[in-house]
Design a binder for this molecule. Structure first.
Ligand SMILES: [Cu+2]
Length: 262
């Protein structure tokens, strides 16, 4: 009997492991990444905190900051936030009407998320970049977030198979040998990709000595890149100071090579 209980316990631990063992990502997913005159001009952002490959959601409380920077101006999107559901968990959406050509950098700063499984807080500064009406100037500029991935590859209009490169920055400085986790977003349950083994759900690369990382994307769709560091501050939780994982996340859409190009 005792052995059975132990066996059951081990089984539960193994079965439950993927729920908390794999990477969570801040997610900013725009409905379109290349707005053209023929498209609708309203971009709908889906904002969440999820395990994108496994399609496991987590609740996202109302973010601290949501905005878009374009043509040198910052537009606050907090007033446009609406309650939304992503992967069966509380999330947010925001609609933004694009009126002018430009490169639009959407970003989110969530509230610190308490993760009991890791005994730390998590803050993922998350962005996605959209081009409108053919403008592709300024995609390499920095938002000035406490941590961010500054793209070295134009982060829109990419083909599957392209190499994606970026610089990981923390407090404005490159982070040598920073770890970057990469995940594919299984957007649709019906044709979700399955990993041959759990180890292949999250891909990991490290930046070089200048904080530059590279990843060759194997398939079309949304791919998230999360550069993870420890903050130089702590946050109090239940009477003790806890470390804070600060993530710089960028979401990039890759298109099939052989496609009906518009
Ligand atoms: Cu998680």
């Amino acid at each position: 009997m005792r052995r059975n209980i132990l066996g059951l316990w081990i089984l539960l631990v193994i079965a439950g492991w993927p729920q908390f063992g794999w990477a969570h990502f801040g997610m900013v997913i725009p409905s379109d990444t290349m707005v053209t005159a023929e498209d609708g001009r309203t971009i709908r952002l889906a904002l969440s905190f999820s395990h994108p490959f496994e399609r496991v959601g987590m609740p996202l409380t109302r973010p601290k900051r949501v905005g878009v920077v374009a043509n040198g101006k910052l537009h606050d999107l907090l007033p446009s936030l609406q309650e939304h559901t992503v992967l069966n968990h509380a999330a947010w959406s925001a609609d933004y009407l694009v009126k002018r050509p430009g490169v639009y950098k959407f970003f989110m700063e969530p509230q610190p998320y308490w993760e009991p499984a890791e005994d730390c807080f998590i803050i993922h500064y998350t962005q996605a970049v959209v081009t409108a009406f053919g403008d592709d100037e300024g995609w390499d500029s920095e938002l000035g977030l406490p941590t961010e991935i500054v793209p070295l590859t134009k982060p829109f209009g990419l083909y599957a198979g392209n190499l994606f490169q970026g610089v990981v920055k923390l407090n404005g400085e490159p982070v040598p040998y920073c770890q970057v986790e990469v995940e594919y977003y299984n957007e649709n349950a019906a044709d979700a990709v399955r990993a041959p083994t759990d180890i292949m759900i999250t891909q990991t690369v490290k930046a070089d000595g200048n904080g530059v990382f590279s990843f060759a994307v194997p398939a079309p769709g949304w791919w998230g890149f999360a550069a993870l560091n420890s903050a130089d501050y702590t946050i109090a939780h239940a009477g003790s100071q806890k470390t804070v994982e600060v993530g710089a996340v960028i979401w990039v859409r890759f298109h099939p090579w052989r496609t009906s190009v518009r």
